[in-house]
Design a protein around this ligand. Sequence first.
Ligand SMILES: Cc1ncc(COP(=O)(O)O)c(C=O)c1O
Length: 387
Amino acid sequence: MEAQTQFYRDTWVEIDLDCLTENIQNIKRHIASDEVKMFAVVKANAYGHGDVPVARAALEAGVHGLAVAFLDEAISLRKGGIEAPILVLGASRAEDVKLASDFDIALTNFSLEWLEEAAEELDEEAGLKVHIKCDTGMGRLGVRSVEELKEMETFIRSGRKFQLDGIYTHFATADELDDTYLEAQLGRFEEMVSVLNERPPYIHSSNSAATLRKSKTHFTAVRVGIAMYGLTPSEEMKSVLPFQLKEVFSLYSRLVHTKEQQAGDKISYGSTYETKEKEWIGTVPIGYADGWLRKLQGQEVIVAGERVPIVGRICMDQCMISLPGPMKSGERVTLIGKDGHEKVSIDEIAEKLETINYEIPCIISPRVPRIYIKNGKTIGVSNRLLS
Ligand SMILES: Cc1ncc(COP(=O)(O)O)c(C=O)c1O
């Protein structure tokens, strides 16, 4: 089925690819070495921003390759015409490895057992690219013992079914300013890399936080996600950012109905909000099925440059806001982003939802179309580039 490029609702996300480009250029300048390749992490539909348009813009901005969570996400990029190196960070099923080799997608190899099972599925000359994942303290995927690691290298190099393209690890606390645990993980990783007979081309450990804070974690490649989208990995990292990040994701809607309510009128399910005096109320066509969760009741949005609250319960497809005065339908509502001097940041929404900024663009559902802006022009809609 063709991707939908037209939409007929008054709620949309804008993805500012110029901000994405600027963030990438700043990150690359900060890395300051052509020897260190940057992988753009575009898993989860590019953290909800849209995989193919973000991947294209990131590659144009100078990233070397892409990283995703699952094979399906990698294949989606290949089918979208992306030819750059792609690494799957998560576990892939052994029965699917042939598909990965056909699409020239590198997989994460996290145990000897996985390798043996994968080998059963591959032709002698398959040359499947693998990156060995070391568990240095994250406790997630990865080999922990040096003995198993050595056996894995021997197994990989014993024929032509596999090609050892990389070795990597992932930090659990890189976004915290106390480096004790990170240093322990780094030491463990260096020890694991040192037992290899031959170093593979990609040696990597840094996520955004480590990339921005610790150049000694860069090795020959970095995997950058959240910073590329203009978000700071944690609150405490805000004080040590080497440059300003620009948020790429904004969320807009339009008033579809406005009316003046009388004092004592009730708003939305459960009648939890009652107007105290005459009050202009606007209906906004976004609700919890769009990822605009019920817990956002009371959150402020911006209309005509002014912050106003969401009143009453958020419904599945709509919510109501208190307006500063008479207003016509059609007026733009900024739920995330800037309008005049006001701004609602993704961090503000994350705080209201008692979660981290990573989660916010991911939960705004695919039902909300993404519009891609480059040089002030719309160049794509919902994962489809127009040209
Ligand atoms: C293995 C791995 N590498 C890199 C990243 C990117 O992290 P960040 O978005 O903090 O840059 C992630 C994200 O969760 C990850 O799981």
